[in-house]
Design a protein around this ligand. Sequence first.
Ligand SMILES: Nc1ncnc2c1ncn2[C@@H]1O[C@H](COP(=O)(O)OP(=O)(O)OP(=O)(O)O)[C@@H](O)[C@H]1O
Ligand SMILES: [Mg+2]
Length: 410
Amino acid sequence: MDTMTNDQVIAGLDVGSSRVTTVLGRRTQDGVEILGMGECPTDGMRKGAVVNVDATVKSIRQSITEAERMTGLTVGSVFVGISGPLIKSFNSHAAISVKNEHEVTDADFSRVLEIARTVELPNDREILHVLTQEFIVDDMAGIKDPRGMTGIRLDARVHVVTNDVPGARNLARCVEKADFDVESFVLSPLASAEAVLTPEEREVGVALMDFGGGTVEMVIFHNGALRHTYVLPLGGGNITSDVAIGLKLPQSDAEILKVSSGCAMIQKVRRDELVELPGVGGRLPRPIRRQYLSEIIEPRAEEILTLLRKEILRSGYEENLGAGVVLTGGGSKLDGLTDLGERVFKLPFRRGNPIGIGGLVEVVNGPAFATGVGLVQYGAKASERIYRPSESEAGGGMIDRFKRYLSEYF
Ligand SMILES: Nc1ncnc2c1ncn2[C@@H]1O[C@H](COP(=O)(O)OP(=O)(O)OP(=O)(O)O)[C@@H](O)[C@H]1O
Ligand SMILES: [Mg+2]
């Protein structure tokens, strides 16, 4: 029978601008088995940053406790998603000459990557991830693992993601105050990508947009590797605010109306469709044209998508998105958003739900669970690396840890 211990449980904690979601799972032979989840609304976070410690601690505790109750398990440490407009990333590279009879050794491999990640950072920034893109041996590009190859010169190209130290420290403190340990921080959209993208999409090129309450997080993959990261400080909350102002409604009513009847594309709504506008201050509810609601939503959704498109143009990857755009996150559920996206980008759009999981899949079904599920999947890969170290990892210390980062996408 089942001999699962708490050590095998992987906990993903997504502390979002609107909700804190906990997903519990474990690694199986062919992926991840979902064991349960917990969620709790929060107003302790704004755009990826802690703005109210007590509220955040409370939501974290409640969300994890709910997941513990559902599964009967005890959570010790968690993989925590981290995001926000203060996330910055850049591509870096390094080159070395191959000494040992011109065959690339483990030592060369580690050395070139160590140099590629050695970049000067201001005191308030730290490295979150170093993701290998490719190696080049002499003139041969696109190599995923250069060890054992023959050449004179070895080049490494990596994508370095950095975050701000105070922001990460605040979030870590909240998790610790809730009595849990941070196993590792993971860039939230990288976790979402883990959950919703296929390897083929990453190969031919794809932009993943995680449409949250306060932000839209974007990561671009091409040739199987992460190429570009960006966090836009606008999200579904801005759409709700526009509805509240436009229709003179409280935020909570505007949110309900947006979720039940909102549409991001005016054209998609029939002229005769009516929706019920909640009555405020004792007034009776009254019907309004759904198109009128759309006239408020579409311009804001279009603005958000246009800003993301500009960022893609700036990244230089617009010609490398053969698989188009995948939209995920709670905000991606907005009716008509993929249609609007296709109009703005002239690229194929699809919605992304978590894939590649077993167990209680129905409790984490839906794009709002992408980050939580992805954190468990990420954690499962990390634990695989820890439990089954390769022979070449006998070096110790920093390099070992670094190699774990490196195998993230190979
Ligand atoms: N059915 C729906 N239609 C439209 N919008 C929706 C729907 N369901 C949820 N949303 C919106 O999704 C947003 C929340 O998404 P999500 O839970 O992914 O955010 P978050 O992770 O808490 O925030 P962030 O990622 O910005 O920190 C809210 O703005 C909410 O209004
Ligand atoms: Mg989110």
